[in-house]
Design a protein around this ligand. Structure first.
Ligand SMILES: Cc1ncc(COP(=O)(O)O)c(C=O)c1O
Length: 352
């Protein structure tokens, strides 16, 4: 069989796509697994490939059960819905994905609002938890769920230290809250922190992670947690139209991606080398301390060019990059870019 996609590096047409780690194409091993997957109707719980993936993920996270979902947003929203009641508040940092980038799902789907903490590095402190837990009487919503995001996407993939997460989660539990971890890229966080993913997951009741980001699968995410909470999540998934029938074809690729997670170290090394080379040229534009996982933020303010000019110029050279906030470019590394592509970025800048 001839696979359409190359095994790695720039895409077949030579494009190097640094906009996100979600852009990867399935590897030959993933495509092979998809074609040969043993499937059944997952709404009846009869898809052996999905069941295996859910068991593997739950075990890796140290949880009782797991529910496979089409997207990370749905996995987050199932966790939120299953652990709150309409009218409750969620405690999280202001930049959290669940608050800003899920199109209002928490309020539209589950009737929730947010109690936010202004911490650009994703840290919710013991004081924040104590304030949120302070008895509301009859005048304020109940804060019933603490949500972590680790790594934090908006800050360019910086990580929340394990100790900080453990301490505030313990306080939240003490106050009767539940805790959810949006670990879309949890294996990147674990690698950067030098801990196991289940150590991070241990500070949450529920944890979600994505196969479709740094792990490189084309589609799919998963939410893990206690068996009864996952039962409810499965019910809500069906309510939202996420019962996916013979979805083992996707779970098969996700399983391959999960087993290949060792390669994330390459992405981190590539991001670091890109950051250092950008920093040599524009020290003010790159904060090296921020480069902790597979993303590099490049502030165009200290350069002679605007973000729009740079995006257009890179685009003409077959390099795709986007803004994370106005004026700040984000380069994400993943399995389909390599050192040659990083050379190309520097080559374009040097020729300007
Ligand atoms: C931290 C975080 N959580 C959740 C998501 C949502 O994942 P999806 O795009 O699969 O809905 C993303 C997507 O980038 C993310 O970065």
């Amino acid at each position: 069989m001839v696979w359409r996609y190359p095994a790695g590096m720039a895409f077949a047409d030579g494009t190097a796509d640094f906009r996100s780690d979600t852009v990867t194409r399935p590897s030959p091993a993933m495509l092979e697994a998809m074609v040969t997957a043993d499937v059944g109707d997952d709404v009846y719980g009869e898809d052996p490939t999905v069941n295996r993936l859910e068991q593997t993920a739950a075990a890796l996270m140290g949880k009782e059960a797991a529910v496979f979902t089409p997207t990370g947003s749905m996995a987050n929203q199932l966790a939120l819905n299953a652990q709150t009641r309409p009218g409750d508040e969620i405690l999280c940092v202001a930049g959290a994905h669940v608050r800003n980038y899920e199109n209002g799902a928490a309020s539209a789907v589950s009737g929730l609002s947010f109690r936010t903490v202004d911490n650009p590095r994703g840290i919710v402190s013991l004081d924040d938890v104590a304030r949120a837990a302070a008895a509301p009487g009859y005048h304020m919503p109940r804060v019933t769920l603490l949500v972590w995001e680790n790594p934090l996407t908006i800050s360019g993939g910086t990580v929340v230290p394990l100790e900080a997460q453990l301490a505030a989660s313990a306080a939240a539990w003490e106050a009767g809250m539940r805790v959810h971890l949006d670990g879309a890229r949890i294996f990147n966080a674990a690698l950067a922190l030098g801990v196991e993913a289940n150590e991070l997951a241990a500070s949450a009741d529920t944890v979600m992670f994505c196969f479709s980001k740094g792990l490189g699968a084309p589609i799919g995410s998963i939410v893990c947690g206690p068996a009864d909470t996952m039962e409810e999540a499965r019910f809500v998934r069906k309510r939202l139209g996420g019962g996916m029938r013979q979805v083992g074809v996707l779970a098969a690729a996700a399983q391959v991606a999960l087993e290949g997670r060792g390669r994330l170290a390459d992405d981190h090394a590539l991001a670091r080398s890109l950051a250092e080379r950008l920093h040599e040229r524009f020290p003010e534009a790159v904060d090296l301390e921020q480069v902790q996982t597979n993303m590099v933020l490049f502030d165009t303010g200290p350069t002679p060019w605007t973000d729009v000019e740079l995006i257009e110029t890179f685009g003409r050279h077959g390099i795709l990059v986007g803004d994370i906030t106005p004026g700040v470019l984000r380069f994400a590394t993943h399995k389909d870019v390599d050192g040659d592509d990083v050379d190309r970025i520097l080559g374009v800048l040097d020729a300007l």
